[in-house]
Design a protein around this ligand. Structure first.
Ligand code: BTN
Length: 323
């Protein structure tokens, strides 16, 4: 028996007796008890009430592989998508980086996890990845044009995610250059893009996305900046449906980007630009953010002089932030 099937029986959030759980899974009550302990070790609160049984208060929205597969088949019937759903993995990005040597052109590789034990953010930070709370997924594909032609992909990915979230009824989504996803002035999600392979020819691109979905505002966590989640903003979603929409949007948009480049996305970026008109600072530069160039660079006006900031490991912060 796997803990996933026990979760399946409890994910609706109602009480189920220990006897019924044992019968439905054809295991002993002791095994059920051990599995319930495992759930608690994964950070899932299980409530026990004598005479009623066990429940997960509030229930859990688990990612359904078949739902994801059929959603993607319907949306992109012509694409080949290799799909992996992990109950737990170190990092979906790291998994795809390790797998990328055997990839073929025109395929998409999608790795999704309910939890990451070593989730990675930008600038070497940890990405908090508790079980069955948020979305953690990575999309990989082969690109034949070399690293340089991928300039602007960060911006494109941000636009695609922001548009997909807006289409799903999440209003007020903003993008902090190059692709932090913001809601109500706090970080809702982030993107980690990694490249593997040859510098000048064929390379593998891995686009990793983390999005806070059901993270509770009252529970403690190690996130070191103002953050929010869809739940904290009063938005309830089915994680499988949202994941399907976001990954389908990325696949469609990445194909478009590979055909036409970043230019077509610059106007679309403007609808979500969190920094525009704000005073920002980055290494050695303080000025007014003025949107982005046709190649995806951030424009900063430093007292009348235009400074362009490339995508990459540059941190842009509001000038009145202390860190
Ligand atoms: C950021 O720092 O803003 C980027 C966060 C990216 C997190 C995602 S979660 C899925 C994928 N796997 C990882 O280890 N990181 C990315």
């Amino acid at each position: 028996m796997s803990s996933v099937s026990l979760i399946d029986l409890l994910s609706h959030g109602r009480f189920v007796s220990g006897v019924e759980l044992a019968e439905r899974l054809s295991v002993s009550r002791t095994t059920i008890w051990k599995q319930l302990n495992n759930l608690e070790h994964k950070g899932i609160a299980v409530e026990k009430v004598r005479g009623r049984g066990y429940r997960i208060p509030g229930g859990l929205s688990m990612i359904r592989l078949e739902g994801l597969r059929s959603g993607l088949a319907f949306l992109r019937p012509c694409d080949v998508v290799e799909l992996r759903l992990f109950d737990e993995v170190g990092s979906t990005n790291s998994f795809l980086v390790g797998d990328s040597g055997k990839w073929v052109a025109n395929n998409f590789y999608l790795a999704v996890a309910e939890a990451q034990t070593s989730g990675r953010g930008r600038r070497g930070k940890e990405w908090f990845s508790p079980y069955a709370k948020n979305l953690y997924f990575s999309l990989g594909f082969v690109f034949e044009g070399g690293f340089d032609s991928l300039d602007g992909l960060s911006v494109v990915v941000g636009v695609l995610l922001a548009e997909a979230l807006s289409n799903e009824g999440v209003s007020g989504v903003e993008l902090k250059w190059p692709n932090d996803i913001y809601l109500s002035g706090r970080k809702l999600g982030g993107v980690l893009i990694e490249l593997a392979g040859e510098f000048n020819s064929r390379c593998s691109v891995i686009v990793g996305v983390g999005l806070n979905v059901d993270l509770d505002s009252e529970s403690s966590n190690p996130i070191d900046q103002p953050w929010t989640s869809l739940k904290a903003e009063g938005v309830r979603v089915d994680r499988t449906e949202l994941l399907t929409k976001l990954s389908a949007a990325l696949m469609g948009g990445v194909s478009e980007f590979l055909r036409i480049g970043v230019g077509g996305f610059v106007e679309r970026w403007a609808a979500f630009d969190y920094l525009k008109g704000r005073c920002v600072k980055t290494f050695g530069v303080v000025g007014l953010a003025m949107g982005i160039k046709s190649n995806g660079c951030l424009i900063i006006d430093c007292g009348g002089q235009e400074v362009l900031i490339n995508s990459g490991e540059v941190s842009v912060r509001l000038a009145d932030d202390s860190d």
